[in-house]
Design a protein around this ligand. Structure first.
Ligand SMILES: Cc1cc2nc3c(=O)[nH]c(=O)nc-3n(C[C@H](O)[C@H](O)[C@H](O)COP(=O)(O)OP(=O)(O)OC[C@H]3O[C@@H](n4cnc5c(N)ncnc54)[C@H](O)[C@@H]3O)c2cc1C
Length: 335
């Protein structure tokens, strides 16, 4: 994020993570990070980006909701509802970029198929007394979720404890059981639906003479290994700006697609893992594997995979078995 955004992201960083602790079935592995992971306050980041865009001459009009889009012969007629009086205005545009999230109305209006999503549920909790502020804890509990639980410190007092699941209500029940078992008291809950990247979504469609693009969650640009979409969404935005300027061509989009496909490969290898597989995974993590995980971020999947394969070939076999036994990563109840 720092590389992509420079100074504008800096004010949104509320904490830096320097260590991961991974737990499964009584086992633990510790992975120090060479470059810290950033904990970002998204509302601050969005305000910072808006200010920077305006300082470069962009006109930002807040309090409007996109409602419709159609061809008007020379371009696009865009319907926008103003929040202050609920009146709809019509604007003309040659190009529309939808960055309106997982349930994108722009995507729907321009005819993209609805993308699959999974529920994310997290609770705000008091930070445990034995936990340091620069450490994230992750638990693999495959009976509850093919993803994982996380505990991320946000400040000296607060942390977020959450998981991604497949069914909304069941995911919430799992989180409550998990908190009960480990003595966490929720101070509040947050929930959202996150896109599941199961294939690349072409980011451009023509509507009459107009061009429509999608960016970020709207295009499913989420690493499906960890279900994180902030960095990949920014890369998608960079790619779309290249495509607009270069007649549809973008090197960034090609590279982003490769990255997202690698995360899909990782997800497919571990998605059907049972408890015994996670135990083996943690047991097989040797010093060299840990170094690879320390050195490269989760936005460099290719490098991580390559170095892990070299340092611990038995992990490759474990992954291959997971891949061969794997079915779809999409939840059965696709809502
Ligand atoms: C609780 C939570 C924790 C997360 N943690 C992480 C993490 O640790 N790391 C990570 O990488 N990712 C994380 N993610 C995912 C990450 O937040 C998203 O991938 C990222 O925010 C996607 O950005 P976006 O701009 O594409 O979509 P969004 O952030 O969803 O933004 C879409 C925007 O469009 C607006 N909008 C929607 N409909 C309309 C409309 N009709 N008209 C006008 N505006 C509209 C919305 O109000 C919103 O402001 C998390 C998500 C959640 C919910």
């Amino acid at each position: 994020m720092r590389t992509l955004l420079g100074g504008v992201g800096e004010s949104a960083v509320i904490n830096e993570i320097r260590k991961f602790e991974l737990f499964t079935d009584g086992r633990a592995a510790h992975v120090p990070l060479d470059r810290p992971d950033l904990i970002v306050e998204r509302s601050k980041l969005i305000r910072g980006l808006a200010e920077q865009a305006q300082s470069h001459g962009a006109k930002v009009s807040f309090g409007n909701r996109f409602v419709s889009l159609e061809s008007n012969g020379t371009g696009l007629r865009v319907g926008v509802e103003r929040a202050r009086d609920a009146r709809t205005e019509e604007l003309h545009a040659d190009v529309v970029v939808g960055a309106d999230g997982a349930l994108s109305r722009v995507a729907q209006a321009a005819g993209w198929p609805r993308q699959p999503t999974v529920p994310l549920v997290q609770a705000i909790v008091r930070i445990p007394s034995d936990m340091s502020l620069d450490t994230v804890r992750v638990w693999f509990v495959p009976d509850d979720t093919p993803y994982f639980y996380w505990l991320i410190p946000e400040s000296r007092e607060r942390a977020v404890l959450g998981l991604i699941g497949e069914d909304g209500q069941e995911t919430r029940r799992c989180l409550e059981r998990f908190m009960d078992k480990r003595g966490f008291t929720p101070l509040g809950f947050q929930g959202a639906r996150i896109p599941v990247y199961d294939r690349w979504t072409p980011v451009e469609r023509r509507v009459g003479a107009g061009r429509v693009f999608l960016v970020g969650d709207a295009a499913g640009q989420v690493k499906v290994s960890t279900v994180g979409g902030i960095v990949t969404g920014f890369r998608g935005a960079l790619g779309v700006s290249e495509a607009i300027l270069n007649g549809g061509e973008s090197r960034e989009l090609r590279s982003l697609r490769r990255e997202l496909d690698l995360h899909l490969l990782i997800r497919r290898t571990i998605h059907q893992f049972k408890q015994a597989d996670y135990s083996r995974l943690v047991d097989l993590m040797n010093a060299s594997t840990r170094r690879s995980l320390s050195q490269y971020t989760r936005d460099e999947a290719g490098r991580v995979l390559w170095h892990i394969a070299l340092s611990q070939p038995r992990l490759l076999l474990l992954g291959l078995r997971g891949l061969l036994s794997g079915g779809s990563i999409l939840p059965k109840n696709r809502n």
